[in-house]
Design a binder for this molecule. Structure first.
Ligand code: APR
Ligand code: ZN
Ligand code: ZN
Length: 361
């Protein structure tokens, strides 16, 4: 099958023909129909996050089940599915409490010792990164990392559910606990940030302030529920938020992964507010804040990973909200590309102009 391979950090993606194994155990073989270009994959392709080349990245996957391993119980051939990088065992205390993103034994979903490599190139093993490896024609995914969805959801929209939506909307619904009537600011209106906006609209935030460097993003964000847009390149963002809200927001979400914007998120809170940090920082990234200010103003800093999602619950929920017309996914899809256009598409993502680009051919 064709796949986009990272052969060296920072070397981009090479389109090559590789081999994929037959499903064993609880693995599901998926014909990939759409694969979203999340910004995290760009981080993983450039820097060492513990995944080593040669590897296939891609963790926003939707498709159709082509074959199932002998122990698979949840899926049958022909099912429409969405994959996720959240690996969980389903049996540890964290999993049993519903906190699957904090699973104590995520390695439970890896292939059994001694099994042949799941992906290979003339016999040389290739890492199926995150257990999804969606930048390919097919993917072998453990059934815990897959969810069945209504075939009425188009594949590009379905793929985004697997990361951007569960991460963004989940940060609001599961982690921050935004309440109806509260004021929210979202810094960074990319594929994830726009889903934070959606979450804020779903829970009935009184005001949703979108902040980005790009005017096109600010405009697009209105289709998701942003009520006020601020261009971060024009003036003091924190002062502007305070002015708009008469003292600061109840919740600020940082959805980029930068020191300055994380510090802005904390600074733009009103007394008792919560800053949720979602964006992934470079290795060893640090954030500073005024410690006395934090305690005097009783602010909270909240680290959120993968929207604290429980994919088996959350992905069908968002799919259903989409089908009811209550969750905008379609405006996230900026363009559909062929797999061999992946390098150009990631360059475009770096420019901050587009929301999600999805590989569909
Ligand atoms: N101030 C405001 N907005 C900014 C700034 C800044 N200083 N720098 C960048 N942005 C905007 C970009 O213009 C873009 O719209 O942040 C947005 C980032 O969006 P994407 O590149 O699409 O990233 P996304 O896929 O949404 O991921 C965001 O979440 O999951 C993590 O790893 C992911 O760290 C990444 C973050
Ligand atoms: Zn992602
Ligand atoms: Zn577990």
């Amino acid at each position: 099958m064709r796949a986009a391979i990272v052969n060296a950090f920072g070397g981009g993606f090479d389109i090559e023909d590789i081999d994929i194994a037959r499903p064993i155990g609880r693995e599901v073989l998926v014909d990939v129909k759409a694969s979203g270009l999340c910004h995290s994959d760009l981080h993983f392709a450039v820097n060492d996050f513990g995944m080593a080349p040669p590897m296939v990245l891609g963790h926003e996957v939707s498709g159709i089940v082509a074959a199932v391993g002998p122990e698979v119980s949840e899926f049958t051939v022909g099912d429409h599915v969405v994959g996720s990088l959240v690996q969980f065992c389903g049996a540890c205390l964290e999993c049993l409490s519903g906190r699957t993103v904090s699973c104590l034994r995520p390695e439970a979903t890896l292939r059994a010792d001694g099994a042949p490599p799941r992906l290979s190139r003339r016999g040389e093993p290739i890492l199926a990164a995150m257990g999804t490896a969606g930048f390919a024609e097919q993917a072998l995914i453990h059934e815990n990392q897959l969810v069945c969805i209504d075939p009425a959801v188009p594949f590009p929209e379905a793929s985004v559910l697997g990361c951007g939506t569960i991460t963004g909307a989940g940060a609001v619904l599961n982690a921050a606990g935004v309440r109806a009537g509260e004021a929210v600011a979202v810094i960074g209106l990319g594929g994830v940030g726009l889903n934070v906006v959606s979450g804020a609209r779903l829970v009935g935030a009184s005001r949703i302030i979108g902040i980005d460097l790009n005017d096109e993003k600010l405009e697009l964000a209105r289709a998701f529920g942003v009520t006020d847009g601020i261009n971060a390149g024009e003036g003091d963002v924190v002062a502007r938020v305070r002015e708009l809200t008469g003292g600061g927001v109840d919740h600020a979400f940082e959805v980029i992964g930068r020191k300055e914007t994380a510090e802005q998120a904390i600074a733009m809170l009103r007394v008792g507010g919560t800053a949720s940090l979602i964006g992934i920082h470079g290795a060893g990234g640090m954030v500073e804040f005024d410690a006395n200010g934090l305690l005097r103003e009783q602010k909270k800093v909240n680290g959120v990973y993968m929207g604290s999602a429980n994919i088996k619950h959350d992905i069908p929920l968002y799919a259903s909200l989409f089908l009811q017309g209550r969750l905008n996914l379609s405006d996230l899809i900026a363009s559909e590309i062929a797999i061999d256009e992946i390098n150009e598409a990631y360059e475009e993502l770096g420019s901050g102009r587009t929301a999600r680009t999805v590989i569909t051919r």
